[in-house]
Design a protein around this ligand. Sequence first.
Ligand SMILES: Cc1cc2nc3c(=O)[nH]c(=O)nc-3n(C[C@H](O)[C@H](O)[C@H](O)COP(=O)(O)OP(=O)(O)OC[C@H]3O[C@@H](n4cnc5c(N)ncnc54)[C@H](O)[C@@H]3O)c2cc1C
Length: 421
Amino acid sequence: MTKVAIIGGGQCGFHLAFGLLDRGFEITLYTDRTPDQLLGGKIPSTAFLFNQTLEWERRLGLNFWEDCAPIGEGMLVDFRDPNGKVMMTVKGQLGDRSGQAIDQRSKFARWTQEFERRGGTLVYRAIDMSELEGIAGDNDLTLVASGKGPINALFARDAERSVHATPPRNLAAMLLTGSKLIGDHPWPKASFRPLRFNFVFGVGEFFSLPFYTHTVGECRSILFEACPGGPMDRFQSAADGAEMLEIARGVMSDFAPDDLPLFEGAQLTDENAWLKGAFTPTIRHPVGRLASGRVVMGVGDTVCLNDPISGQGANNASRMAEHLIQAIVAHGNAAFDADWMQNAFDTFWNSSASYTSAFTNALLNPPGDAVMHVLQAASVQPHIGDHFMRCFERPSEYWPWIADLEEAKRFVADRSLSHAA
Ligand SMILES: Cc1cc2nc3c(=O)[nH]c(=O)nc-3n(C[C@H](O)[C@H](O)[C@H](O)COP(=O)(O)OP(=O)(O)OC[C@H]3O[C@@H](n4cnc5c(N)ncnc54)[C@H](O)[C@@H]3O)c2cc1C
């Protein structure tokens, strides 16, 4: 039986672990946190998953929150000037691409227990470089899915595919309860339950998503993405979640006062429901070579780390896991060498991850002519708004019109024509 070791119990590691276990592989998963540590720890993320990713989780039998997590049905986006004045509003419904956001603390804790129940071998330990040698020697394939963990230094930065040298945003996120924030359509401007985005030009962005956490059930996340040194960049001195929430109210009052009433009475879901920090989005070479010459492969955020502005990281991690499961199965009994790893990564990069990164990086900059053309059309033609938002599930579908004004004009004209017909 082919033996696979996976380092890291997160979105990518678990997706690979369950997918390969189902196909008869012998899996050992190394993870640095027990279920109790996960449940009682700080939130690592506020990830929203689109239906394609949820569908894979359903197929793997990992959809334990299907009936209790609120559904994010579409996006409501205000583009604002640096003073918070709304310049353009774009809405779009996701339809059959709607998704859910589940607290990764709840999710990874439950999946950890489920993995053992299904016969996987689980080892609770933070793996370091020296231990990787032994693990790689004992297994046919070793996959490093440790997210932003320090072990990813084993994988060299890919200078051609990485565009950032410093963090483009300083991040601050919270999970909130509040009677006005939850329910079917909390934002009066949308007739559906929205992912609420505010883009404040030159200042930063903030997003609020329908969310589920084990501590209270339905709630709402909010994530601030502050341009470093700008007027939204106020969160880094906050000592705890309560201070962060106060700062958040100030930011909303300054840049989106119309949203503020919805946060009246809002409270943190629990004392650990907050995070702050910054990281540099980085694409890394997928092959890590150990001192012995053995090779291990980086997957998920370890090698494709994007800013959270586009809500893609966990979706991308699962897309990569799906791609790799197919590639591993197709490889049969042949050796998983450096060429196989590089090829498996490159085919994923070319078909999917390159678009995800390009789309994410585009959102970090003011929209170009092509995007503005489509967004202006979307602001008055709801079906174009729907189309635009639905592409979040598969960013490659934004091409070619997202990057070329002539293509954008053709896209809008074609969509308008087909809608009229
Ligand atoms: C504020 C914020 C908001 C986000 N919003 C979204 C969103 O809306 N949609 C979206 O798709 N993505 C979003 N993301 C990104 C998403 O959370 C990540 O991209 C995704 O979790 C990556 O999955 P992964 O498996 O590669 O890494 P992770 O999920 O980070 O998992 C890595 C795991 O490895 C473990 N680990 C680390 N080092 C070791 C070690 N040495 N030994 C053993 N175990 C180790 C860690 O504890 C962790 O459990 C967001 C991220 C942030 C920070």
